[in-house]
Design a protein around this ligand. Structure first.
Ligand SMILES: *Cc1c(COP(=O)(O)O)cnc(C)c1O
Length: 457
């Protein structure tokens, strides 16, 4: 046996992530106790693999940082796989949904309706009616207009849901990669006219007993989160003062970040926990807030680090001096990693050739997908070993906003399967999409080809 190399050839942020979440890896990445080569062989590529232990570790880390009694609702838009919903439900989480489709998936996964929070702008009458009928535990109102439509729907019937109002706060509490506070926004009611909105909703016949604040995602600074939470409690006090009733629920949103890029460090959970002790002492000493349930609804933090997207190298070619490795997967499965989901400057997600973690990096590599568009690149000038046909490329931080936020239909490749791996056991939790599915919703277009226009009827 030769000694391991003295200097780890992986970039430090990739090495740190592997040490944190996939510590049993040697020269080959090991996810949930199974080497990725074996997973790729058994389930085919491209695919998403999830380490069940890493989900559990993330959930534990959140709970350990929170004051006792605070509740966790998993924000399912990060990754709606039913197995994942059931996993978090089994660990005591509720589920936060933001569409009728998400609500149906949460209920189908076995989530009791009263453990659902329904948020999101633009809930249609159909969605509001479905939420009322299903008996969801909490509805977050995003505007006075939405509240009026809900009041009409619920008129005469019984509305069991707790109602919270979402506030778009002033500029003082901004933070995160995607800011949603302090500027014009479709989310919530502006802080400047928040009390008026509460009055208007009351005169529509609904009583608001909760406050919802969620102002930004991918926040890596504990102080930013603490400032937002402090502001959320302050708004909740104002709500109680306006209604004359104690607040029943305060939802402080999601937004906890994970490091993607070399200059980013993980969220300082110890600092967050320390700050929360003080906030919680102030809250419980205030009769307006003492009996409220306090909720956090993270998505990304709970799921991102457990997931790896695996794609196989199908071709390696050189064009005008640059080396291109062409993968069997790409932006249609992982839009965020291609830099086309909200990034203005494309930066590479953490990447590696996961069957040769100890191979030194060669010249910079263009890691591209199979789609006929130059947007389909998962790595630009990537510092990885020169790929060989048959190698496995891995994109880390792929448990959140990856498959779920991608244009799966673009170019009509099959949708990628998802595999859950824990303690050496791998289970398929979502099948590879059948390309024939693209044919099932098509209607015969008799007459179009001949006339260039559909038939009149
Ligand atoms: C997206 C979303 C979340 C989750 O955000 P993360 O940054 O993934 O934690 C929570 N609440 C609402 C209302 C959301 O829309």
């Amino acid at each position: 046996m030769t000694d391991p190399p003295q200097t780890d050839p992986l970039p430090p942020h990739v090495a740190a992530l592997i040490a944190r979440r996939f510590p049993h890896s040697g020269d080959e990445l090991v996810v949930g106790g199974v080497a990725v080569g074996e997973l790729a062989e058994r389930f085919g590529t491209p695919l998403f693999v999830y380490d069940g232990g890493a989900f559990a570790a993330a959930e534990r880390a959140v709970r350990n940082a929170l004051p006792a009694g605070w509740e966790l609702f998993y924000s399912m838009k990060a990754n709606p796989a039913a197995a994942l919903l059931q996993f978090f439900m089994g660990r005591g989480c509720g589920i936060e949904v933001a569409s009728a489709g998400e609500l149906r998936q949460a209920l189908a996964a076995g989530c009791p309706a009263d453990r659902v929070i329904f948020a999101g702008p633009g809930k249609t009458d159909v969605e509001l009616a479905l939420a009322v009928e299903a008996g969801v535990g909490e509805l977050h109102l995003e505007s006075v207009g939405e509240a009026r439509r809900l009041a009409n729907l619920a008129a005469g019937g019984s509305l069991s849901a707790r109602l919270a109002i979402r506030v778009n706060p002033n500029a003082a509490v901004q933070g995160g990669a995607m800011r949603m506070g302090g500027r014009p926004s479709p989310f919530g009611v502006d802080e400047e006219r928040f009390e008026e909105a509460v009055d208007e909703i009351a005169s529509a016949g609904l009583s608001i007993d909760g406050l919802h604040l969620f102002t930004g995602t991918q926040i890596l600074d504990a102080d930013v989160l603490l400032a937002q939470y402090r502001h959320g409690f302050e708004l909740a006090r104002r709500l109680a003062d306006r209604t004359g009733r104690p607040v029943r629920t305060v939802d402080l949103g999601g937004g906890w970040g994970v490091p993607y890029f070399p200059n980013e460090a993980p969220l300082d959970l110890a600092a967050l926990a320390d700050g929360l002790v003080e906030l919680e002492a102030e809250r419980t000493a205030d009769p307006r807030l003492a009996d409220a349930r306090v909720v956090l609804e993270p998505g990304r933090f709970l799921t991102a680090e457990a997931g790896v997207y695996l794609a196989r190298v199908t071709d390696v070619k050189i064009s005008r001096g640059k080396t291109f490795a062409v993968l069997d997967g790409g932006m249609h499965h992982h839009l965020a990693a291609s830099g086309n989901l909200g990034q203005t400057i494309k930066r590479n997600y953490p990447l590696a050739i996961v069957n040769r973690l100890r191979a030194p990096a060669g010249e910079p590599i263009e890691l591209v997908g199979p789609l006929c568009t130059p947007l389909d690149a998962l790595g630009r000038s990537a510092a990885i070993p020169t790929p060989r046909v048959g190698d496995l490329a891995g994109v880390f931080q792929s448990g959140a906003y990856a498959r779920a936020a991608s244009p799966l239909g673009f170019l009509s490749h099959p949708a990628p399967p998802e595999v859950w791996v824990d303690s050496g056991v791998a289970r398929l939790i979502r099948r590879r999409g059948n390309p024939a599915d693209f044919l099932h919703d098509q209607l015969p277009a008799a007459g179009i080809a001949a006339s260039g226009r559909p038939d009149a009827d």
